[in-house]
Design a protein around this ligand. Structure first.
Ligand SMILES: *[C@@H]1O[C@H](CO)[C@@H](O)[C@H](O)[C@H]1NC(C)=O
Ligand SMILES: *[C@@H]1O[C@H](CO)[C@@H](O)[C@H](O)[C@H]1NC(C)=O
Ligand SMILES: *[C@@H]1O[C@H](CO)[C@@H](O)[C@H](O)[C@H]1NC(C)=O
Length: 347
């Protein structure tokens, strides 16, 4: 705890030397998952059934495989080819039994993972989209679940009603070329309103009225945005970019997006960002192979985690406490170096 407190007030580049000067050990991962044959491009913790003791984590790889580890016994319990020869850009756990995956230039698939040989239960095609965007799901109410996925073409987003298998809308800016490639869609819930935030290569961040394919509001940032995350409680979010710049934004009740803060990290390129479920911290995975942690309130740098040898492609927080790894929220990072590191830090 003393270490955590002391490092809150120092600048990012001095953090690592500070750790060594104080004689405090630099934090290490609590565990590292190996066994992937190719870069790890997506990671998610699975939902836990009531009364279930084991926690599981899933990783997707550049060669289209999904690997499942049991974190109690720390072993791989399943591996299958989810998307033939194409990288997996998104994994999402809907329930302890259902895992979603998205393959690049392929499709979004839902898997029943109850047995050790998971089986496909639904497929939603991606149309002519060649980028690296992920998809996103939101449970609107008991009868409706919405899926947003990349395409058609490089600039579009398609919205599906998952259970009805009905394509609700296609979101395409009128002047699509000026927006550039679609980078990532993200559902945003504001009290009773659900809108879809979409990042574009040109730096535009738009909020869509997904039911009517209309832009509600938008904002322009100076950089190419790579990833977005949002905390419903504080109604603020983080955007990581292809440069050193990070943006903190808020959405007000008129659905107006505004930038609250802008700051820089040492090296350019953030591939993935996530807010811890309690809203207190956020974490970013960098092209420079580092993981950076910040306080949500003041965006103070808290730690730079150095373990991976190549780009950190994806990061995720556990949905709750994981006792088998020391308790508290666990942060997972998947890397091009083919490993997944697990961290128990600032709990
Ligand atoms: C659930 O949400 C959908 C989409 O907003 C809406 O059309 C539907 O009426 C809602 N259903 C109920 C039971 O509230
Ligand atoms: C959804 O279903 C659950 C359990 O059936 C019920 O407790 C809850 O009130 C429902 N929620 C809504 C928004 O209808
Ligand atoms: C939206 O937010 C921006 C930046 O804070 C502000 O300049 C603008 O007036 C706001 N627009 C509306 C419609 O509230």
């Amino acid at each position: 705890m003393i270490v955590c407190f002391a490092i809150q007030n120092v600048l990012l580049p001095t953090l690592i030397s500070l750790y060594s000067n104080m004689g405090a050990p630099a934090p290490d991962p609590v565990f590292v998952l190996r066994g992937a044959e190719s870069p790890v491009t997506a990671v998610t913790f699975l939902c836990v059934a009531e009364g279930q003791r084991e926690n599981y984590i899933a990783a997707g790889t550049q060669n289209g495989k999904v690997l499942l580890w049991n974190l109690q016994i720390k072993s791989k319990v399943a591996e299958w080819e989810a998307h033939a020869s194409t990288s997996i850009h998104w994994l999402y756990s809907e329930s302890p039994d259902i895992l979603w995956s998205q393959g690049r230039c392929d499709s979004v698939k839902a898997w029943n993972i109850q047995s050790s040989s998971p089986h496909l239960i639904a497929t939603y095609p991606l149309m002519d989209y060649l980028g690296f965007s992920s998809s996103h799901i939101i449970q609107v109410n008991n009868s409706t679940k919405l899926l947003s996925l990349p395409g058609p073409s490089q600039e579009g987003v398609t919205v599906w009603d998952v259970d009805k298998k009905f394509k609700i809308s296609t979101l395409m800016p009128l002047d699509a070329k000026a927006y550039g490639s679609m980078m990532q869609p993200r559902w945003i819930k504001m009290e009773d309103i659900i809108t879809l935030a979409v990042l574009y290569e040109s730096g535009r961040i738009t909020l869509w009225d997904w039911a009517n394919s209309k832009i509600l509001s938008q904002h322009q940032i100076s950089e190419n945005p790579m990833c977005i995350t949002f905390d419903e409680l504080s109604q603020t979010g983080i955007i990581g970019t292809a440069s050193e710049k990070i943006f903190v934004f808020k959405i007000d009740s008129d659905l107006n997006i505004s930038i609250m803060k802008e700051f820089s990290i040492t090296n350019a390129g953030v591939s993935s960002c996530v807010i811890r479920p309690d809203g207190k911290l956020f974490a970013m995975g960098g092209w420079d192979s580092r993981i950076r942690l910040f306080s949500s309130k003041k965006c103070k740098p808290l730690a730079v985690l150095i373990y991976h040898k190549k780009t950190v492609e994806c990061i995720a927080y556990s949905k709750g406490d994981i006792e088998d790894l020391g308790g508290g929220f666990i942060l997972a990072a998947g890397s091009s170096d083919k490993s997944v590191s697990l961290w128990n830090i600032f709990n």
